[in-house]
Write a protein that binds this ligand. Sequence first.
Ligand code: DQQ
Length: 474
Amino acid sequence: KVENSPYKMAYHIIPPASWMNDPNGLIYWNGYYHVFYQFHPFDVKTGWMHWGHVRSKDLVHWERLPIALTPSNEYDRDGCFSGSAVDDNGILTLVYTGNIFIDREKDDVDECQCIATSADGIHFEKFINNPVIEEHPEEGSGHFRDPKVWKYNDEWYMVVGTRKDQIGKVLLYKSKDLRQWDYIGVMVESDKEKGYMWECPDLFELNGKHILITSPQGMEPEGDRYHNLYQTVYMIGDFDYTTGKYSYHTFEELDKGFDFYAAQTFEDDKGRRILFAWMDIWESKMPSQNHGWAGSLTIPREVSFNERGQLVTKPVEELQLLRKNEYETELAAVQGEILVDGLEGDVLEIIAEFDLSNIQASEVGLKVRCSEDNNEETVISYDVKTSKIIFNRDRSGEGDGGVRKAKLDLDSHKLKFHVYIDRSSMELFVNEGEVVMSGRVYPKSTSRLVKVFSEGDVVSNVSIQAWELEDVWK
Ligand code: DQQ
């Protein structure tokens, strides 16, 4: 039972039981935020994918709704794969991939694009003439999935991920009614280094720029980057509606931690661009499977540009609604390791600020989920000499270990760690989302202590603010 699992999360979207992966169909519709997700009701591993469904009025308190899509037709018999949602004149319309496994072992699939509609936002009916795009074009292959649809100048546009000859591609389609689609062409494709398949593409405009998010498979590690099995990246560039081509000048990982994949965004009624991702990765160890469930989404994050023109992702402000039992302390001087007295927990939000002027320290940071016997700890720190943020989960319990590093260019002497801890996860936002690292961690539920440390020299005036967060699934 998920309820009895020490890894059960308090404020993340998790499945009611069994397996979940990608966020799907993100939309603000008729007064509710709707989040669908890849859901296999009958197993703790991936398999016969359905669309699970939750909704919320405030992005943090979620209500579970019945399964929205079940593989029930020939064209989607082996899975209703990832996709998106739009409001079509008041009708909530899901656009998803129908999956057929031709040969599972050989990863041979036949995929098509389908739609389903709902007037009440709860019960969905598949379109009688599905699939709406039956065949992949010449430039693609049977790996043809994850439609993301948006409206521009009264016409619908769709991007779909595909692969051919070891090249990941994003295909572009256009439609007047969501049912009849014209193929425009390859919008953008990878070069050899950027992956053989691009999953879950998402194109949107932000501050006059076009951002393309996609989840490439098959990228090799390069310095500190691309160390996960698969990555999720963003590109900043321009999309030309007349030629249907996308060009970019920036290509970066969206989250530099361990478990972050298949991110998707949507724009809400306040004009914010909000993102969720699956906070796991294929083939990582998922100890909660022993308790009958696996997978979670990240907390909702707002995507924006900061004053320095960097694309940043920050926790949405509604997360503050979950705060209770505030804790605050100022530490005049920290050298070595100090226990943050009176602060402990496995469901916490922590904001720690370090003043790095005049310090000779080599590394400063926090240790969270520490056990009394010192056997467990999750370390997040800043390496002053190399200017790198480090997330070390080698001693984080029974999940996978590992270390991730990412460059942080400080524009002042201020270092701010904004940390979300939720029983089996840790999400770190550094300096208002300039560097973000997420990872699943599986320490014992008794590992609850928080420490602050400075190696090499004193760091003065460390301020810590923290809250216990509400369990929204109770
Ligand atoms: N997961 C879905 C696919 C998508 C992949 C299937 C990404 O649609 O490409 O569960 O994790």
